[in-house]
Design a protein around this ligand. Structure first.
Ligand code: TTP
Ligand code: MG
Length: 355
């Protein structure tokens, strides 16, 4: 099997960086985003011991001169969608694991670049050029090593773990908590047995780990501490869309009637979009004529939206521009280019590389 090359990227202090980008006078100051609890804070604020999930009240005590901002999730969602769009132009073999991070399987495309370093730099430059935001990048031979690598030179840097030997060197003195799956509870179970570093963990056989961690956890940790990880980058080829269409039992000749139907469809699919907490960017119209010729046209907003009036505007443009050549047997509308509000995946077109 061909050796896999996986990249992990993670935006730096994501919400805080967006706010600073949009208000440049905040640059260099400790910036905290959160109402009651900190969602994130920039690296200046972290110097005061502030971190995600800390209460804002406590943060204000530690860092009274910090700039405290409310969360503008709608804005962050749009930018997350923009970033995911950029990433999906690198490859279709991508998996978005959170709002601001994801994996890209580079196995089949990395040869086009002169080196891993070059790719990592180019990727970061591209994100910065288009969004004004920095990210950290890790390249590894599986998801585990890519993820660990992206944390090494955070914020703004990159790191590469090329093979098992490099992983062993990299992890030799690392605390066990760097290994995914070793949370607070598992840390206690391990530390009480004197296991504090990844290297010490490697001294334990699978059977020994199993005796106190259980089968599943033991297997995962046994493999991870050796740099083994077989998880695939879950390809998000399936484009999300929300749409509906009707087939007339007769052939509709009246243009107004077709658009009246389409307007009802728009109402219907808009409700679906909202119920799913999706944001969309593109509206697609599909018409099948009596001779079965099918045409589709799309219109795209500048930004992701969940506002009825934005989509209605696109609909009105369709209505004004559309020339109905013949009577119609089917009419439909679809939202595409969708991003979910609460993170994760989406769907974007154009797969071609590059950076
Ligand atoms: P993270 O990637 O965990 O953090 P970050 O991007 O702010 O900082 P880092 O440089 O360490 O990567 O999370 C991404 C965004 O998700 C973050 O900006 C805010 C949001 N978030 C929450 O809303 N609640 C949380 O508990 C965490 C951890 C993040
Ligand atoms: Mg981040």
């Amino acid at each position: 099997m061909k050796k896999r090359i996986i990249m992990h990227y993670d935006m730096d202090a994501f919400y805080a960086s967006i706010e600073i980008r949009d208000r440049p006078h905040l640059k260099g100051k400790p910036v905290i985003v959160g109402t009651r609890v900190i969602t994130t804070c920039n690296y200046e604020a972290r110097k005061y011991g502030l971190h995600s999930a800390m209460s804002v009240a406590e943060a204000r005590k530690l860092c009274p001169h910090g700039i405290y901002l409310n969360v503008d999730k709608e804005k962050y969602t749009k930018i997350a969608g923009q970033i995911q769009g950029l990433v999906s132009k690198v490859s279709q073999n991508i998996e978005f694991v959170a709002f601001d991070e994801g994996y890209v399987d580079l196995t089949d495309i990395i040869d086009k670049y002169e080196s891993y370093d070059y790719f990592a730099e180019k990727f970061k430059d591209r994100i910065f050029k288009h969004t004004g935001l920095t990210c950290s990048v890790g390249i590894g031979y599986n998801k585990l090593t890519a993820k660990l690598a992206s944390e090494v030179n955070k914020p703004g840097g990159f790191y590469i773990i090329r093979n098992k030997d490099e992983f062993e060197k990299f992890s030799i003195d690392k605390d066990i908590k760097v290994i995914p799956g070793i949370g607070k509870k598992t840390q206690i179970q391990l530390r009480t047995r004197g296991i504090n570093t990844v290297n010490e963990l490697r001294d334990y056989s699978y059977m020994e780990l199993k005796s106190f961690l259980g089968n599943l956890k033991a297997q995962m940790i046994y493999e991870y501490c050796r740099g083994l990880d077989h998880r695939k980058v879950k390809n998000e080829k399936k484009y999300k869309s929300v749409g509906s269409e009707i087939t007339y039992t007769y052939r509709e000749e009246n243009r107004e009637a077709v658009f009246a139907t389409l307007e009802e469809i728009l109402d219907k699919i808009y409700i679906k979009l909202i119920n799913k907490k999706y944001y969309a960017k593109t509206l697609v119209i599909k018409i099948k004529y009596e001779d079965f010729r099918t045409i589709s046209r799309s219109k795209t907003l500048r930004d992701y939206s969940n506002k009825k009036e934005d989509f209605y505007k696109l609909f009105v443009e369709f209505k004004e521009e559309f020339i109905m050549e013949k009577s119609v047997r089917l009419a439909g509308l679809t939202f595409s280019n969708i991003v979910t509000h609460n993170s994760k995946q989406l769907s974007f077109k154009d797969a071609d590389s590059l950076i």
